[in-house]
Design a protein around this ligand. Structure first.
Ligand SMILES: Cc1cc2nc3c(=O)[nH]c(=O)nc-3n(C[C@H](O)[C@H](O)[C@H](O)COP(=O)(O)OP(=O)(O)OC[C@H]3O[C@@H](n4cnc5c(N)ncnc54)[C@H](O)[C@@H]3O)c2cc1C
Length: 542
């Protein structure tokens, strides 16, 4: 090793929400890691706005859910979606989203889908990550290349300020460096799907209390339709003075210097009002998922492995699911209790979710960009023909777009059915749905939420290690599983739950929940071979 080289157990490339989420989760577990980010951490063109209820459950686990809520769109700002000809024009459709935002409790999650734009969300993640002594964040440090062997990874990086080249040695390297990441290519990993669905431009602008200039009221999403169909979307960014107009459907990449953002803002609002343009950011909509999530000691997460339409707010949320799955496995590998297959199960569990989410986001894209056989010419007319068209269209739009904008099924219903590190019990799980979530404790599923007698959610028990839930008065013998876990240093606790309603939800008297909060094994009686169950769940079955 040369002088100046750095050695660290986990090197994270990229300080977007996914790199920061991984650093935070590793830090929360006490795992030493270094994150490098080529920029200074300023977010010039914020994208993600919506943390679904699963991401909010992770935030709850990390102790920042309250902060995210406080920093996000105020709870009383309606998460309503409207489709209009302009904000001051005709209303075509309106979709209320009672399970998003607000404060009223939901039966199936202790959290609610929250809107908190990355300009506020990422700094909360950063502050959390930096609060752990085992985490180091290094900005203005650019990743260049890497080599790996059986013992570790060596990354070449450049200090952007001094221009100095350095080497970082790590046991594992995780690429969270977004859609332009070179790491997949270096590993020889290709992508399935479409590299271009369309080209778009986002225009961030400032208008305090925009809703005072029109009669539609406060709404999170204001889709704008013209004779050519849906061409734009005005979204609230902070529930106050920041708005983002997305203009879609360009055939070529947008050159910000060649478009007139004022034209689009005026058309979306429908009248002249005072506003300030903050940024104009072109982007390309894709539908891509990597064929593999890593090789050897290098793994990829977030947009580095899946890029898709933002319709339905799935991207960052999927990436958060990736890192929560990977983090406890890295911890296990570094702590010595992982079997040889545990890290490989990251791909087995998350690639199918990535494929599903890219497919759904692409369906959402086509639902949102619905093509019409003929121009909807009368749509903006104050005539009976215009009114009839808007009424007719409104009905179908509510039905179609509800599938895009209500997504608790997507957020909570994903399962790891085909995982090599769960112990299937032969029960057919409920169907996975986009909009609705059916609470269940099937093996591979997210262990479902229920309130405990002391006011905590049962989810508050999960995260640090394996938790064996024992229902029915502590009669079932857990000694075999405890002994098998202890034999390999697997973190393991037993929790007795007396509530018969929760037992009904979990369906078995013994339910073993993994550190990521997914059910790994369940039965009414202790397993005949507890060591085999523990070995399977720690990736040591082969
Ligand atoms: C218009 C729009 C709206 C969206 N809304 C939502 C939403 O509401 N909810 C949602 O879940 N998702 C949403 N998404 C998707 C979401 O923004 C992305 O999925 C998310 O930002 C991906 O995070 P990431 O950390 O993987 O990648 P990125 O956010 O791209 O971050 C990657 C980081 O890596 C750094 N980096 C890159 N190369 C290097 C290098 N060589 N060395 C060091 N650092 C490097 C970059 O500077 C960057 O900071 C939206 C996307 C768009 C386009």
């Amino acid at each position: 090793m040369d002088r100046g080289d750095v050695t660290v157990p986990v090197l994270i490339i990229g300080g977007g929400p996914i790199g920061l989420g991984l650093a935070a989760d590793l830090g929360w577990r006490g795992v030493e890691c270094l994150l490098i980010e080529k920029n200074d951490g300023t977010i010039y063109h914020p994208r993600a706005d919506t943390e679904n209820c699963r991401t909010m459950e992770f935030c709850r686990r990390w102790g920042i859910a309250e902060k995210v809520r406080a920093a996000g769109t105020p709870p009383d700002f309606p998460r309503t979606v409207i489709i209009v000809t302009a904000l001051t024009g005709f209303e075509i459709a309106r979709i209320e989203r009672p399970t998003h935002g607000g404060e009223a409790p939901l039966p199936y999650t202790p959290e609610r889908t929250q809107r908190c734009n990355q300009i506020r969300f990422d700094p909360i993640l950063r502050e959390l990550a930096e609060s752990f002594p085992s985490v180091r964040l290094r900005y203005k440090c650019r990743f260049e290349s890497f080599v790996q062997n059986a013992d570790g990874v060596t990354a070449e990086v450049t200090d952007v300020v001094s221009g100095r080249r350095e080497r970082i040695h790590a046991q594992y390297m995780i690429a969270c460096c977004g859609g332009q990441s070179s790491v997949a290519k270096s590993l020889g990993i290709g992508f399935d799907g479409e590299p271009v669905l369309d080209h778009n431009v986002n225009i961030m602008f400032r208008v305090p209390e925009l809703w005072k200039y029109h009669d539609k009221g406060k709404c999170a999403f204001n889709f704008i339709m013209g004779p050519e169909g849906n061409w734009g979307n005005v979204m609230e960014v902070n529930g106050d003075d920041l708005w983002r107009l997305g203009v879609s459907g360009f055939d070529e990449p947008v050159d910000p210097k060649k478009i007139d953002p004022h034209h689009y803002i005026r058309r979306a609002i429908g009248t002249d009002i005072p506003y300030e343009i903050i940024s104009v950011n072109p982007w390309t909509c894709r539908s891509l998922v990597a064929k593999s999530y890593g090789r050897g000691r290098v793994f990829l997460a977030g947009d580095a492995v899946h890029q898709h339409s933002p319709a339905g707010g799935i991207g960052m949320n999927t990436g958060m699911g990736d890192v929560v799955d990977l983090s406890w496995k890295l911890d296990a590998a570094l702590s010595g209790w992982a079997g040889p297959d545990l890290l490989a199960s990251y791909e087995a569990e998350r690639l199918p979710v990535g494929r599903r989410n890219v497919r759904v986001a692409t369906e959402n894209f086509f639902l949102s960009r619905q093509q019409f056989d003929e121009p909807l010419t009368p749509i903006v007319d104050a005539t009976p023909a215009g009114e009839a068209l808007r009424r007719e269209l409104g009905k179908s739009l509510v039905e179609q777009r509800s599938k895009v904008h209500i997504f608790d099924g997507m957020a909570l219903g994903y399962r790891y059915d085909q995982s090599p590190i769960i112990w299937p019990d032969g029960v057919t799980p409920p169907p996975e749905m986009k909009t609705d979530y059916i609470a269940n404790a099937c093996v591979g599923a997210r262990a479902p939420h229920a309130w405990l007698a002391d006011g905590r959610s049962i989810l508050d028990l999960f995260g640090r290690g394996f938790v064996l839930l024992r229902f029915g008065g502590g009669e079932a013998d857990t000694a075999g599983l405890e002994k098998a876990a202890r034999a390999h240093g697997v973190p393991f606790t037993v929790c007795d739950i007396a509530d018969p309603e929760i037992q009904k939800l979990y369906e078995r008297r013994l339910v073993l929940v993994r550190p990521d909060g997914h059910v790994g094994w369940r039965d009414d009686a202790p397993p005949a071979d507890p060591a085999a169950v523990i070995d399977r769940l720690r990736g040591a079955a082969t």
